[in-house]
Design a protein around this ligand. Sequence first.
Ligand code: TXA
Ligand code: MG
Length: 359
Amino acid sequence: MEQNILTKVWVVDKNVEEQKSCAHLVDAAKLVESGELVAFPTETVYGLGANALSDEAVEKIFVAKGRPSDNPLIVHIGEKSQLDTVATDIPVKARQLMEAFWPGPLTMFLPKKAGIASKVTAGLSTVGVRMPDHPVALELIKQAHVPIAAPSANRSGRPSPTTAQHVLEDLAGRISGIVDGGSTGVGVESTTIDMTVEPPMIHRPGGITVEQIERVIGEVAIDPAFLTEEKEQPISPGMKYKHYAPKGDLWLVSGQEDKVRAKMLELLTEAKEQGLTTGVMVPREHLKHWDNHALVDVTLQCGSLASLEEVAQDLYTDLRRFDEEQIQFILAETYPREGLGLAVMNRLEKAASHRMIKA
Ligand code: TXA
Ligand code: MG
């Protein structure tokens, strides 16, 4: 369905006390409270927010994103005490995680409280809840006086947005407004964990690492597929859908450094023979091999081997850049599956539809 809504943009400062920003957030929050869609920054990616108490408002999210209605949404709260208005029967371990990591990139699945719109949870008895670590998000939720349901603010299937510009690319004309609070920090989405099973089970690796969680509550379950080369094995409803993918064909190349480079050269040669536009995405340390290379049209840096945090921050921006440059064949290097690397590799494998070449 084509839509043509006027999309307002409010540019706000991270210092939400500042007068103009404060007034903008009051405006934006009123729209949310009244059932409209407003995108806003969190510490992970931009979210597309709606009043979580209204089925009618939440339905608009699915329409604007083109999201399948069986894929539940995360509810965002503005303070810890709001948790009891969203979820019930909260286990001790959930309280411990909340104290350790909220505000922050951790979403917990908990028994849903009556009052949360049924469309938010796609009919499930559990609800995903998190308190984001971003002053703009927290102030927006407080001013809206309601919990805010928000998926990532991209069209379904596209890379998640880490800037307001990314949101506009995907959703201008389809939503009522965007609060532009600059680039997000973490760059990949929150970790999701089901707290209604014992041991709690990680559904999606993200901004809080498995190691961090286990330090607080002991052993957690994790699908072994995340720890090795991942196969499509959906445990959350959303995981069966194609995600984060650029329009070109993305392939991952893994293995020992020299062999990876040789393999990439071979593949790029073939791609050029077929007349394709080509791109590579590599850590800073390997840029020197690819910059201005005759076989490569667009070379992008994705973080550094020394910092998986930087890799996570660059990932979605890079994937979107290849689309802007209309790149048809893309090669990306892989990263160690430890700490944030688990989330990075999960997103990369999905973006590549699990096309992995061992060099
Ligand atoms: O960092 C984030 O989590 C961002 C920001 C905006 O907060 N949000 C985000 O939402 O990534 P979304 O909708 O793109 O991803 C939520 C994931 C989906 O895979 C969905 O299926 C799963 O969480 N999910 C949500 N509620 C669930 C539930 N009750 N049970 C199982 N899976 C659930
Ligand atoms: Mg998403």
